[in-house]
Design a protein around this ligand. Structure first.
Ligand SMILES: [Zn+2]
Length: 425
């Protein structure tokens, strides 16, 4: 009997992988669209459909249960109506909706969703999470026939050579977390500097747990895409640079927020390698970075905090972790305090059972006073997600809070491991 159970367990991944083969080819379909609106509303407009050469994601875990992102893409097999793929994600547009400008101005941002290339016609459904209920609401529906030669672009714009930075185990992309590093602000003559910085990235990244003990679960590729000019934009100082993916400080009004709105070029460049996560490495000594869940992360190469910026931003981009600090952002209503936030490392205590309650030692008061007695204890400390009141973090210190400390708290570490398992198991 035990033998039979073991045989059945062995069979499960084969069957699930067969599910992938039934519906998908081993490459990517990308759908670009414009996401437009203001503080109160959003609308989707389709732009282009593009075939990309690699699929970097899992072939087993095709349905995203995390709901960490503000948005969700669902892909249905049109003939049977079966949900065959879903992924939650957040975007810069979604963050922009929470800044003052969005109260009086309407804007559009280019965005993309990617999924394995379907074998038959699919229905792609784009959903936005309701601020009031926290549930995803369908906003747009679009049918794509993968054999439509006129619709689907196959030209692989922005082709560049790729450099292998790290190969975990046998390296098979469908069982690894695949990071693609995209350079910005490195000229052609600085490509050797970029390669050195990628080695530095790797060294810094694997310094921190849980990445150190999961080194084998990652592949890292870098795209050798040069910029015309060295450095990146600093609009408030009148500095403008012609760079390959157009990163800029002062995004959403915050000096250190280093992001790009040139989504299409970024995706074209990233498509040179299989990826689950895009990391833009910016050639600048000035403190800055950013990270949005399942969207992209940025960080600088030569600031003294560069290593900590890398893992902090990757915490946002990869594991959907929230910031554990107070203030420091220009957002209004980033979270609905009446609901339990999706981010695994912050809570409103509205539904704490689904968070880290199981990791708190009996006798620890909730909320927990931020005193020396509880210094290294998992608890519920007031102040997180930019807010000082009614919003809580798991430890007094964590890399998602500030850079004086050198580790992620146990709650963040558990969330990161869970995400690594999603991509690798
Ligand atoms: Zn933490």
């Amino acid at each position: 009997m035990r033998k039979l159970v073991a045989m059945l367990l062995l069979l499960v991944p084969v069957l699930v992988s067969a599910q992938f083969d039934k519906y998908f080819e081993d490459r990517t379909m990308r759908v670009d669209y414009f996401h437009a609106g203001d503080a109160n509303d959003d609308t989707y407009y389709i732009d282009e459909v593009i075939a990309e050469p690699f699929w970097g994601g899992s072939k087993v875990n095709l349905i995203d249960e995390t709901k960490f992102g503000k948005y969700l893409v669902k892909v249905f097999d049109k003939a049977s109506g079966t949900l065959i793929y879903s992924k939650s994600y957040s975007t810069l547009f979604g963050e922009w909706q929470t800044v003052d400008e969005a109260k009086s101005v309407q804007k559009s941002f280019s965005e993309s969703v990617v999924f394995p290339y379907p074998k038959a016609t699919v229905t792609v459904v784009l959903c936005t999470k309701s601020f009031e209920t926290g549930d995803y609401v369908e906003k747009y529906r679009y049918d794509i026939n993968p054999a439509d030669k006129c619709l689907i672009k196959q030209d692989n714009r922005h082709k560049y050579p790729v450099f292998e930075v790290h190969k975990g185990g046998n390296g098979d992309a469908s069982h690894k977390v695949d990071i693609v590093i995209v350079p910005d602000g490195y000229t052609a003559s600085q490509m050797s500097l970029f390669k050195k910085d990628c080695e530095k990235f790797k060294k810094e990244f694997f310094c921190y747990e849980p990445y150190t003990s999961h080194k084998d679960d990652f592949n890292i590729h870098a795209v050798l895409a040069p910029s015309e000019e060295s450095g990146v934009d600093e609009p408030c100082r009148g500095i403008w640079k012609n760079t390959v993916v157009s990163c800029s400080y002062w995004s959403l009004g915050s000096e250190r927020y280093l992001m790009t709105t040139d989504n299409k070029t970024l995706r074209d460049v990233a498509a040179n390698a299989p990826y689950d996560q895009i990391y833009i490495l910016v050639n600048s000594p000035k403190y800055g970075g950013g990270g949005i869940f399942n969207w992209y992360c940025t960080g600088v190469n030569s600031n003294k905090m560069a290593g900590k910026i890398i893992v902090h931003e990757f915490g946002h981009g990869f594991a959907g972790l929230g910031d554990e600090y107070v203030g420091g952002a220009e957002y209004n209503d980033f979270y609905n305090k009446k609901l339990e936030p999706a981010d695994p490392n912050v809570t409103t205590l509205v539904n704490f059972d689904v968070k880290w309650k199981d990791m708190i030692e009996p006798g620890t008061p909730i909320p927990t006073p931020a005193t020396a007695e509880y210094k290294d204890k998992v608890g519920v400390y007031e102040g997180a997600g930019y807010m000082s009141k009614d919003f809580y973090r798991p430890m007094q210190d964590c890399l998602m809070n500030h850079f004086q400390c050198d580790a992620f708290c146990p709650v963040c570490q558990r969330a990161i491991v869970k995400m690594i398992e999603f991509y690798t198991k």
